[in-house]
Structure formats: structure tokens, C-alpha cells
Design a protein around this ligand. Sequence first.
Ligand SMILES: *Cc1c(COP(=O)(O)O)cnc(C)c1O
Length: 619
Amino acid sequence: MKHFGLDIWGEDNFIIKEGLIHVNYASEPSLLSITKALREQGYKGPLLLRFPHLIKKQIKTLFDTFETARKTFGYTGSFHAVFPLKVNQFPNFVSSLIAVSKEYHYGLEAGSKAELIIAMTQTPIGAPITVNGFKDKEMISLCFIASNMGHDITITIEGLEELKTIIQIHKEFNASMHNTLSPKIGMRIRLHSSGIGIWAKSGGYSSKFGLTSTELLEAYEMLKKEDLLEYLWMVHFHIGSQMGDIAPLKKALREAGNIYAELKKRGATSLGAINIGGGLAVEYSQHEGKQERNYSLQEFANDVVYLMQDIARSKGVEEPDIFTESGRYIAASHSVLIAPVLELFSQEYHEKGLRLKEKNPPLIEELHDLYRSLTPKHAREYLHDTLDHMESLLTLFDLGYIDLEDRSNTEILVNLIIKKSIVLLQTQGNNELKKLQDRIQEKYLVNFSTFQSLPDFWGLAQQFPIVPLDKLDIEPSNPASIWDITCDSDGEIGFKPELPLYLHDIDVSKEEYFLGFFLTGAYQEILGMKHNLFTHPSEAVITFDDKGEYKIEHLIEAQNLMDVLEDLDYDVEMIDTTLKERIQASLSINDKEKEVLLSKLYLYLSENSYLKTIQANNE
Ligand SMILES: *Cc1c(COP(=O)(O)O)cnc(C)c1O
């Protein structure tokens, strides 16, 4: 895995120079330098860095690619996009998104009342808002309030009851206001075809959402009867997220395109747009041959434009405007989670743990020689000798011929030899070696929570690229599994021989070692949960000034302990008094000592749950 698969998942967003991973933009700061700057300000736990320039890059690429496709095919409909808020509603993300997308008329998609309020306040007037998901009377009324503010808003109906409510509210608004502006109406279609992959449930015939053909016809008749056909303007579908294969999209496009054309021919003259939802996949894989996406963005855009044109031409209707609601594609790359390694759990297998004697058993001497003279040429042969010697030495121990120190030396030397062989033989994809890696894997205890920061790893086994921030000019030797600091045994990213991750052998009491978890910007933050009461990590927005120098902005520190408890509806005042009273009431300490304990206690209460360090000799 050269450079941790950067050329597979990295999209040129980062580069490796002199052993460090750098942001490939402006003055190209290393992630390590940004991390150190933040830690000097006292932020010791995991850090979430946001890069607005990467949001901009995705938006620009999306618009440019569709523009190229439109030009190629001479497409007459226009292209628009909205960001589905459910993918990331955090204010530092949304305000960055809005700030970088001004020139694109980029809008927001809302699926709940709270998201709609974000959309109503953050979307620039004139940029589109789409509203999906189940809606009640209040939510539909909010859409009418938004349209009366001047927002270009489309309500997608998911069922006939919803349409009835829309008609009712339309009447109410018209009765009470003389010049009301009503939202546009979209119809979500229940696709016959479905997506593939772990998120496919939102498309397809058994999907929670959308109208069947019979319901579409009924909805059309209802709108016609109420004289509201002029508001029907969009056909919408969404086939599910992280669509790895393009084939289901093409099927869905044909289906939706034909529904658009049929409705239009029937008399829905104001129908003018097709909304293809999200689903555009992100390449998360770090491993050659394990890619998750089998198409390029250009292929995706060409398919959409070509198929819509083809259907519109053959049915003799106008080419529809195209809307996308890609979320994952826009947001995933913008953030990097950086977490310090706190400890390595097989430090005992370090060279410094050897207790070699003046005179060692001959087989141990031999192991030591093998270790020192290991070369690529002889590595395999030496490895076999090593395993053989180990068996013999363990038997000798059982029979009482060697002592505990000899046995410990055996274990250390064997581990060191396997590790060194792995580095030497890495390029050969040796099966035998792969099996051995499981045995000698190193456990890295990392200061973060998978439940909070990588929930899709926990829930769906979604992989995220992991890269150490430095030492990238040194071949890593340890097959690694990563432990988070929750007390849950599921909080582990285990070593997988088929998706191997190697990290460096380091002594964390002497130097710091940070891991970067990449492509965490979509879904992870809001799905993250406070298991063990580890909260959203401290975050910062990294921008670049005119000179290209980076700036750290909008720092938000992880919640302190009392805030976390207050969120759970604990009576924090009561907690505060109880803690105080119990110290005051203690009979074993004097007043002066009580003061000291109290001030310590208050310091700790003002901090967050993440660990500072577990090394006694670090600060
Ligand atoms: C979730 C969702 C999206 C976003 O999907 P991505 O795969 O993140 O692009 C778009 N539209 C609708 C209706 C959704 O529910």
C-alpha cells in the first residue's frame, strides 16, 4: 500500500513531502504543523479540521462536469444542485458551504422541520430549496412561509395525503393573504428499479418513499381538479447512497425520464425539472483492487444528460432542467479527524525489552544472529528457521531446560524477526507472511471514539482512509489494529489481512504520533453518538489568506463534562453542590487540603472527556 493509498482516495487533495502529509493547496501546510499549532493552544484530544477549499472544489467540479456534459450533447435544460442537509448540518460546515458556493446558486435540501429552518436562513434568496421526507401541516406551512419570503422552494410529495394537505394549506394561505406566493410541487416517484449496496433501501419498489404510477396519475388528477397544475414542476427520485455501480442509476433515469415525459404529454405543462437525488459515491478505499466506485463523475454526468435528452427527444417534450442532491460527494472530503496515539500495546516486544545474558542457550544466540543478518534475499528462509527455533525453545521451556527470561527473549526476537521480514518482503504479497501478521499485530490505543467519529465503521463496516501524519518516508512495519478509548470492545478497527494497515513502530513516551482519518465529512458527525459520553471532538475551520498562509478559524472546543451531563438532563447544579458538599464533609482531610481538591475538581469539570495523555512523563 504505497503512501497509504493516497493516489486511490486522495483526489490530489493532499501530498506527501519529506515524510509529512500536506494540504495540496496554497502554502501547502502539513497537517502536522496545523495539529501542533492547535495543540499549543491547549486542544489535546481528537481534532476535526475542516477545509472549505475542498468543499468548493467538489461543488465546482460537480457544476463544471455537468456543464461539460451539457455542451457535449447540446443539452437545452439547465443544471442545478442543492446540498442535502442530513449529510452534515454542523454550523461550521454549512456556513463554509454557503460561503464558497455563492457563484453557483447552490441551494439546500431539507428533510425535517429543523433542517428546513436551517435552509430558510442559510440559503441565499434565489437559490433553490427542496423539501423531501414526510411532512405534516406545520412543515408544509413552513414551506409556504419560505416561499412568501421569496425563496425558490419545491415541496416534494411522498404520498397522496401530503398532497391533500398541500392543497388545503394553499387554500388557507390564499384565503388569508391577498397575494400569497405558493411553493412549487415535486413528485417523488417510487422506482421500479432499486439501487445496490448497503444504503439501497431508499430507492426501489419497497422503498419508504414515493408515489406508484397509479398514485402519480391520481395526484395529477387532483392537481388538475384544483386548478393547481401550474405548480407541478419537478419529478424526483433518490436511489440510495454510495452507489458503487452506475447501472442502477441508468435504469432509474430511464424510468424517471419516461414518467416526466408522460406527465408532460398528459398536460402537466409547467413540469420542467428532474431531480436525480444523491447517491454519487466517494472512493474510500486505500487498497488497490478494492475500489468502491466503478465510474467517473464525467461518466455519471454524461449518462444523466444523454438519457434525459434521448427520452425527451423520442417523446417530443422539452429537455428538463436537471437537479442533483449529492451530499456525500460534496461533504466527505472536507474534514479530517486527527487523533493522537496514546500507547502501543506490545511495547514488550521491543528490542529494549531483551534480557540477553552473558551466555544464552544456543538457539537464542542463533535467533539473535538471524535478526541481525536478515536481508531481503534470505528473509523467507530465515523466517522458517525462526519459527522452527521458536517451537523448539517453547518445548525446552515446558521441559524445564530454559528459564522465563530465555522464553521472553524468544518471544521478543521472533516478533522482531517477523516484523523485519514483513518490511523486507512486503512487495512480494507472500501468503505465509500475511498469516503471521495476525499474530504479531500491534494495538494502537488512539484518543478518539469510533462511535462518535466513525459511526459508519461501527455500524456498516465502512472503511475510511487512515494515514499517520508523519514518518511517511519510512516503511511502516507493524500490522496495526486501532483501539479507541471507549470501554466497548466494538471500538476497534482490527487488522484485516485482506485490507492491511501498517503503522510505524514508535515509542510514544519519546515522540508524538498522530493518525489522520480522512473522508469523514459526510454523515459521520451527525450520526456519531456519545457512547461513554465522548462528544463531538474539538473542531476548527482552516482557511487560506491572500498570501496563501493558513488561518485557524471558528474554533469550537469539545463540550466540557458538565455540559455533557446537562445535555442528558442531569441537574448540574445538584451535581455541583453534591460534589462540593462531599469534599467539605470529608473527615480525613483538613481545610487547606479541601481547597486544593476543590480547585482541582473545578479544573477537571471545565474540560472535556477525551484523554490528555496516559504517559506519566508527558506534560
Ligand atoms: C440522503 C439523500 C440524499 C443524499 O444522498 P448522498 O448519497 O449523500 O448523495 C439526496 N436526496 C435525498 C432525498 C436523500 O434522502
